[in-house]
Design a protein around this ligand. Sequence first.
Ligand code: HPA
Length: 273
Amino acid sequence: MNYDYEFFKKSADYVLDKIDFKPEIGLILGSACGSVADEIEDQVVIDFESIPNFLKSTVKAMAGTLILGTLNGKKVACMNGRFHYYEGYTFEQLVIPIRLFKLLGVGTTILTNAAGGVNMSYRPGDVMIIKDHLKFMGASPLRGHNVEEFGPRFFDVTQMYTPKLRELAKKCAKDTKLKIHEGNYFYWTGPQFETPAEINAIRILGGDAVGMSTVTESLTAAHCGMDLLAMSLITNVAAGILDQPITTEEVREMGQIASAELKKLVRNIVKEI
Ligand code: HPA
């Protein structure tokens, strides 16, 4: 399925009709990464379901709303919920949220996710600012007909995780109790976690953390020239490092424990952008 510009514009026109401002920052926050959304003032809340040509959430725990309003003095658009390849969407569909942001006027996107720590020095509760990623799953969200209005057919990704935003995140983290790393995110399509042998391979290949989201959104943001910051909350050490299975409970619990500090970090960053 290849979408044209009008397809995306239809979603954006619907949302723009409901607000009298243009958000400058877009937020997509992982399920385990704290409800920054609660702190958005003067909220306009739009169900994903009601937006024409938008995707429907399949993950029960996720709210599935687009929230527009003011966070720490900045106009934001925040996706409360996100879409993953493992839910059954195609890669081509996964461009939809970021292209909506772009057409709403967003120039900077902040993404957070939950991830397993592959780097032996990472501990649950730490945060990794994504410096770069590895995506060895063959397909790309930008495959197929190129919509020139968003960006060129071939595009550079050498500095897609904007260096000045990574520096800003490090500076803002000093105000929190979070331990910060900077490293490479390894994209894993899931939904199964990795085998211990896969984690060994990921480490050898240069991955520091592994997770099932973010990269499709990052590539879409890079294609349309957005500034981008992405951060992983390390919710567990990756498979095979400890002599125990990985559970969704530990992923969720760590998200709750770190939630307040992460919220503070995101708020501080938004203020300084
Ligand atoms: N692997 C992949 N995705 C994850 C993990 C993990 O260990 N933890 C949280 N999301």
